[in-house]
Design a protein around this ligand. Structure first.
Ligand SMILES: *Cc1c(COP(=O)(O)O)cnc(C)c1O
Length: 373
């Protein structure tokens, strides 16, 4: 881009908080203030001592309450984010052959991991074009099915469902859905996520809700002759998680921000409150785009449009890059689309932390900029 047009938004179009990024996403200021206020009691103290273990415990208990988890489900956590979890799953959850729904950047990355893993058979990868969805297909040769709840790169949201009659585990990437979209606990074995998307905390961590079948698979593969890199061992993660610890030093600030976020959500009304916030914001955007002369939803099927990461195509005459740049100068940041899609597109996070009123202002700000280009 050569230069950014000099367009100043009127003050009544400036949202209370201008962070619309899909990850890292808006962290609540009160959470940051609370973190700073912990002073000398938390940051810089041992992660094996009560101060930090209590935070891990609060996260695990809080998630259990938020999701109303069945008694026999366990929450595991470790370092490295969802990306590390893919590698850990390739060693500790997939026995021989996996199947993947691959509909965008993140779902394709997990498929790449298992395609390259020398100890696993060639995976079955079910691909669909960007902006569309796909379903898992029951297959007797598959012992682990990989599904994505919300494909952050394209703004496609799928329902979490076991393939009919399948016996394999169902592993669901819930990274940009967890904390904002409902999920039926009987339809998955592992629901894993990083906390810097829908949960509005910080990065560096993965969390995984595991069914008894998933725990059993972890234990079986750990006892098998397969070599598992210790850092990626889910058995090690399981043993540590049960003690409210991580295998190695975690980012304590991330854990604290996540605990604050979960507390806030429980106080506001739990997952239902969060789901409603995301639905309100995303509906505002889709309704605006449908009615607008300059925009339209990228995902044509309304049934699979994301409620958390909304992708909006602009007409060719209006450069999304330029709109994004002008918005940024005005303090409305991170509305860019996913680069690799190569579309003239904006993407807006509608995570629970984002105020629906700010989203409404954003649509007006986009129109304001567009007509002045
Ligand atoms: C961001 C994202 C990831 C990767 O998360 P990291 O914490 O960066 O490893 C994986 N899956 C989805 C759906 C994501 O949105």
């Amino acid at each position: 881009m050569t230069s950014i047009p000099d367009i100043q938004l009127p003050t009544d179009l400036i949202p209370g908080d201008g962070r619309f990024g899909s990850g890292p996403s808006k962290v609540l200021i009160p959470s940051l203030t609370a973190l700073a206020a912990t002073g000398d009691t938390l940051m810089g103290t041992s992660h094996r001592r009560p101060a930090v273990r209590d935070v891990v415990g609060a996260v695990r208990d809080g998630l259990r309450a938020l999701y109303d988890l069945p008694e026999d489900h366990e929450i595991l956590l470790g370092n490295g984010g969802a990306t590390a979890f893919w590698d850990a799953a390739a060693f500790g959850l997939i026995e021989n052959r996996s199947q993947h729904v691959s509909i965008g950047e993140f779902s394709s990355k997990f498929a790449k991991v298992t395609t390259g893993a020398p100890h696993l058979a060639e995976p079955d990868v079910i691909e669909a074009p960007y902006g569309t969805g796909a379903s898992l297909r029951p297959d007797a040769s598959i012992d682990a099915y990989a599904l994505i709840h919300n494909e952050t790169s394209t703004g496609v949201q799928l329902s979490v469902a076991r393939p009919a009659g399948a016996t394999g585990l169902v592993l669901v990437d819930g990274t940009s859905a967890a904390g904002a979209v409902a999920v039926d606990h009987s339809e998955y074995d592992v629901y894993y996520f990083s906390p810097q998307k829908a949960f509005g905390a910080d990065g560096g961590l993965w969390l995984a809700v595991c069914s008894p079948a998933a725990i059993e698979r972890i234990e079986t593969l750990d006892a098998s002759p397969r070599w598992i890199p210790p850092f990626l061992s889910l058995q090690v993660a399981l043993d540590n998680s049960r003690k409210n610890q991580t295998n190695n030093t975690p980012a304590i600030g991330t854990l604290y921000l996540l605990a604050q976020q979960i507390d806030m959500m429980l106080a506001k009304g739990g997952l239902d409150w969060a789901i409603d916030r995301s639905e309100t914001s995303s509906t505002t955007l889709y309704d605006w785009a449908e009615a607008s002369d300059i925009a339209g939803p990228f995902v044509s099927d309304p049934a699979i449009r994301s409620t958390t990461t909304v992708t909006i195509d602009l007409v060719d005459e209006i450069s999304a890059d330029t709109v994004e740049a002008v918005l940024r100068v005005n303090g409305l940041v991170d509305t860019f689309g996913y680069r690799k899609l190569g579309r003239n597109q904006l993407r807006v996070a509608c995570f629970p932390n984002v105020d629906p009123d700010d989203v409404a202002l954003l649509t007006r700000a986009i129109e304001y900029v567009a007509v002045r280009l």
